[in-house]
Design a protein around this ligand. Structure first.
Ligand SMILES: [Zn+2]
Ligand SMILES: [Zn+2]
Length: 257
């Protein structure tokens, strides 16, 4: 329940049963649920051991249609149907999916006897890559379905982009491929504070790209010197009284990536 709330879903109705607020987290209407969809935000649970690494990405591939047909347990069948509806919604509306990763042992097929040892809200958003006609669903960690954009990609920000002069320093042409690589590397999260970028009106994830050592000081225009930041941290990197300290921290982060 705490993780669902942390992902931004309203959990006040969990208290609305005979167990009352003190038992809210074991409200059977919600606590076994696999998907939460409030119309704007979608949260699902995935088993850690079912995640696979493919082509450098973390993915989960499964077929809900097959399961829905063979499932005997009515509750689980309904949960699967709701999970499929939530993921279809995410795909169609290009919404990111937040994932609660669950570790433990599953119970017998068709039973609610799983023993959960650990739960974690993945800080990175996931995307529904496809839902095929035969029901196969592919989920991928990162923002595959909603590419990130930075301050240089959005023309409507216009000339009053506050860091424009400080950011550019000169008229050296920037390498769009480097920014692209950095934004992809960020998975849509500020690489300093780990907060997700906000969603633009075009449905993309907005972060800013920053040269940790400015080009004017001989810094390189390579991913090893460029970091993806939320707008607030980007301003701090340029204007904060602690900007030297921040630069050291950013260099450390880039070293560890
Ligand atoms: Zn940040
Ligand atoms: Zn900058």
């Amino acid at each position: 329940m705490d993780l669902v709330a942390e992902a931004g879903i309203d959990v006040s109705d969990w208290s609305n049963f005979r167990g009352g607020p003190s038992k809210a987290r074991v409200n059977p209407k919600y606590c076994y649920e696999w998907a939460f969809d409030d119309g704007e935000k979608i949260v699902i649970t995935l088993w850690h051991d079912e995640l696979i690494r493919e082509n450098g990405a973390i993915e989960r591939r499964f077929n809900l249609n097959a399961h829905v047909k063979t499932e005997q347990n009515g509750n689980r069948k309904a949960r699967r149907t709701r999970l499929r509806a939530a993921l279809t919604h995410a795909l169609n509306a290009k919404l990111p999916v937040r994932v609660i990763v669950v570790d433990g042992t599953r119970g017998a097929l068709g039973k609610d006897t799983a023993k959960v040892k650990a739960r974690l809200l993945d800080p990175a958003p996931w995307a529904v890559v496809h839902i095929r006609g035969d029901g196969e669903i592919l989920l991928r960690r990162g923002m595959a379905a909603a590419p990130s954009v930075d301050q240089f990609s959005i023309s409507e920000l216009g000339s009053d982009e506050p860091n424009r002069r400080a950011v550019s320093g000169s008229v050296i042409a920037r390498d769009g491929a480097v920014r692209r690589a950095v934004l992809d590397r960020s998975l849509g999260l500020c690489e300093y504070c780990k907060a997700p970028g906000f969603r633009t009106s075009g449905g993309q994830i907005y972060l800013e790209t920053h040269h940790v050592v400015p080009l004017s000081e001989g810094g390189s225009d390579r991913p090893t010197n460029v970091i993806a930041l939320c707008p607030n941290d980007h301003r701090k990197a340029h204007h904060s009284s602690k900007k030297d300290e921040i630069r050291m921290k950013l260099l450390k982060i880039l070293e560890s990536i």
